[in-house]
Design a protein. Structure first.
Ligand SMILES: C[S@@+](CC[C@H](N)C(=O)[O-])C[C@H]1O[C@@H](n2cnc3c(N)ncnc32)[C@H](O)[C@@H]1O
Length: 256
């Protein structure tokens, strides 16, 4: 799958809000080593560096394009190309942080305990994933992709529910850590410009679909935009409200 850093960064301010909220939730910890799993262009890594100026910081990602952009940034961090699925650090990590990345991977019931096992004695695992797959921004993708014209090309790419309900993560991780907190937050983003919600998903969720369709992607987008303009009408002042729920997990070996 090919990422387009520029499209992803179009809503950088809005996308950074949950990153900041996740950092806030673990800011009382004093990690010596931090790994940003699925670091992308390094935006989340930069915020981690801001919070912990002295920590040993590594950004891990599998995308050439995203890491290329991250490496161009002035952040003091190491960048590692790896698939999170089988990434293993050389020594236990104090803070494994992952913002908006783990929903791209399957089998959370195996993946998350594996990550928890890579933590140091009082280490913490901090995760944020979208939990918006029941809203029109995401259901419209499934709906359009299931139409006759697209079905055979796109069926294999569809992942209607990549993230489980919040309480499921208590079961998945509960017995592997000493403390766990799970919560959701709904952000109401005020977006500007035409087809704002489609532009947002075009920078992330839609990437595999647009990549698979090539030149036909424009036709797919037009059908998708029509559905979204009903679900997310543009307001008189030109803005569009986009409500987006995100799931947060902080699992820790430390007892506070
Ligand atoms: C939406 S971006 C988030 C980037 C960054 N964490 C942020 O908050 O801006 C998701 C990133 O996860 C990466 N990713 C997805 N699946 C991955 C995998 N299996 N292994 C490594 N990175 C992965 C993608 O390449 C992409 O850069």
């Amino acid at each position: 799958m090919v990422w387009e850093p520029t499209a992803y960064l179009a809503y950088n301010d809005e996308r950074s809000l949950p990153t900041r909220d996740l950092i806030n939730a673990v800011r009382t910890t004093r990690p010596s080593s931090i790994v940003d799993l699925g670091c992308g262009t390094g935006n989340s890594t930069a915020l981690l560096r801001e919070q912990w100026p002295d920590a040993d910081l590594t950004g891990v990602d599998s995308s050439f394009e995203m890491l290329e952009q991250a490496r161009r940034s002035p952040i003091d961090a190491r960048w590692e190309t790896a698939d999170i699925e089988d990434w293993t650090p050389s020594s236990p990590v104090d803070l494994i942080f992952s913002n908006a990345a783990l929903h791209w991977l399957n089998h959370h019931e195996e993946l998350l305990p594996r990550l928890a096992a890579l933590l140091s004695h009082d280490g913490a695992l901090a995760i944020q994933m979208p939990s918006n797959f029941h809203r029109p921004s995401h259901t419209a993708i499934i709906e359009v992709a299931s139409r006759v014209r697209w079905k055979s090309k796109l069926e294999r790419l569809l992942r209607p529910q990549p993230v489980s309900p919040p309480e499921r993560y208590l079961d998945i991780l509960g017995e592997h850590v000493r403390q766990i907190r799970v919560w959701t937050t709904t952000y109401v983003h005020v977006l500007h410009g035409e087809h704002a919600v489609a532009n947002w998903t075009g920078g992330a969720t839609l990437r595999p679909i647009l990549g698979a369709l090539g030149d036909e992607g424009a036709d797919f987008l037009a059908e998708y935009q029509t559905m979204l303009s009903e679900a997310y009408p543009r307001r008189d002042d030109g803005t569009t409200l986009f409500d987006f729920t995100r799931l947060f997990i902080v699992a820790s070996n430390r007892v506070s």
